[in-house]
Design a protein around this ligand. Structure first.
Ligand code: AMP
Ligand code: MG
Length: 404
């Protein structure tokens, strides 16, 4: 049995990387950039008005101002603002030459003869004015203030979320190079298993791991290939695993890695030419998690119990998949206080316990009977880590939690 951290390091030290491909902007969510991205423009590309209002010279702000032009967004101003002149301007429009500030419509008063006055708001908070006055630069976003042409806006390894899409769109990056997803196969072993659409007989259970593993893959953008259920014979399991191995980079095979008489998976992994790098990890749930390596092929022997399988996918398989795609993802470390005492009996393994995170930032236990109890996961927001050697925690103790 090896420590959990060591198992993680072993999986993370694999050098294989998926290839690269170009993917259009609309399909980039969840992908990982394989190139640095540079801006081809200044942002904003011109001195831009941040408000609907009037552009003028700050030095004229206390005078009546003659309106000489109306500038909607998208229009290039045609006139130069001179002394005691203003242009009516919309948010996002270029500030005309000569003007150095914009005051808001809400702080303006129009007169009949095409003249406007600045009128400082008497109420409310006006962050743009100093002592009620507009100064140079007020409500103007300068050319290149946010991004300059040639600036690096994203680095290789960036995991693309919706907020990255806007930044890519704004610099015209419509077909960046990203890492390919690995091909992942999923299969379940167990003569007691039937598919979810079947009514189990007295000694059968439904295969929940198969759907769960596919769903965990789908949640990170991967369409896994499902190979069904292998009954617990060496021939059947080997045949199905061989097929999955031939067609994928990674295979997740659930069950059959415990100590039972019919747990053939480790034997089969070896028979197919894989080296088992670990097969027992000091973690609960999920001790029998097994990791084997062939020629640019990788096998995770997932524990049969569904909560164990879920947790081990989160702890090991998912970070491994991201590593193959060169993703630069750091798990956010969250330490939150417990809002009740916690006790456990055995302390030789790192425990991961489903917990709820409360609105006040504290952590509570949920009803959880152990690694077969899927209901525990349904009401949990996170997994709480209980270090080796620790059997009790007190209300108020800070615990490491990992959101799920
Ligand atoms: P095993 O690792 O094959 O000994 O399985 C451990 C436990 O998990 C047993 O109670 C199995 O019935 C259960 N189990 C194994 N595979 C699955 C599966 N695919 N879906 C749900 N439960 C499973
Ligand atoms: Mg089994």
């Amino acid at each position: 049995m090896i420590p959990s951290e060591q198992a993680y390091q072993i999986t993370q030290s694999i050098n294989f990387r998926t290839g690269k491909e170009k993917v259009p902007l609309g399909q980039l969510i969840g992908r990982v950039l394989a190139e640095d991205i540079f801006s081809d423009i200044n942002m904003p590309p011109f001195n831009k008005s941040a408000m609907d209002g009037f552009a003028c010279r700050a030095e004229d702000i206390l005078n009546p101002l003659e309106i000489i032009e109306i500038i909607p967004a998208g229009k290039t101003p045609e006139k130069i603002i001179g002394k005691n002149q203003a242009a009516k301007i919309m948010t996002g429009a270029p500030v005309p030459q000569g003007a150095n500030c914009v005051f808001m419509v809400e702080e303006s008063k129009m007169t009949e003869n095409n003249t406007v006055f600045y009128q400082s708001a008497k109420t409310g908070v006006d962050i743009c004015t100093v002592s009620g006055h507009i100064k140079k630069g007020t409500n103007v976003v300068n050319l290149g203030q946010d991004i300059r042409t040639g600036d690096k806006i994203m680095s290789k390894g960036t995991f693309i979320k919706p907020q990255h899409i806007a930044a890519l769109a704004s610099v015209g990056c419509i077909l960046p190079e990203v890492y390919k997803y690995p091909r992942v196969g999923v299969l379940a072993t167990g003569s007691e298993l039937v598919e979810p659409n079947i009514q189990p007989n007295k000694s059968q259970i439904r295969n929940s791991n198969g759907s769960q593993m596919l769903a965990q893959l789908a949640a990170i953008g991967i369409a896994g290939t499902y190979y069904g259920i292998a009954e617990d014979t060496q021939e059947k399991t080997q045949e199905l695993l061989q097929k999955a191995v031939n067609e994928n980079d990674i295979v997740l095979i659930s069950g059959g890695v415990s100590m039972g008489d019919f747990d053939y998976v480790p034997v089969i992994m070896k028979a197919l030419g894989f080296d088992i790098l670990f097969d027992r990890v000091a973690v609960q749930p999920g001790k029998p998690i097994t990791f084997a390596v062939g020629k640019n092929k990788f096998l995770f022997g997932m524990p049969g119990n569904p909560v164990s399988s879920f947790v081990q996918f989160e702890l090991l398989a998912k970070p491994f998949i991201y590593k193959l795609m060169n993703a630069n993802i750091q798990q956010k470390e969250l330490y939150l206080p417990l809002n009740e005492d916690y006790k456990r009996k055995k302390t030789v393994r790192l425990g991961w316990v489903p917990v709820a995170i409360n609105a006040d930032g504290t952590v509570s236990k949920v009803k959880y009977n152990g690694s077969a109890h899927l209901g525990g996961l349904l009401v949990a927001d996170a997994l709480m880590a209980i270090p080796i050697g620790i059997n009790s925690l007190k209300k108020g103790d800070k615990v490491y939690v990992r959101q799920i």
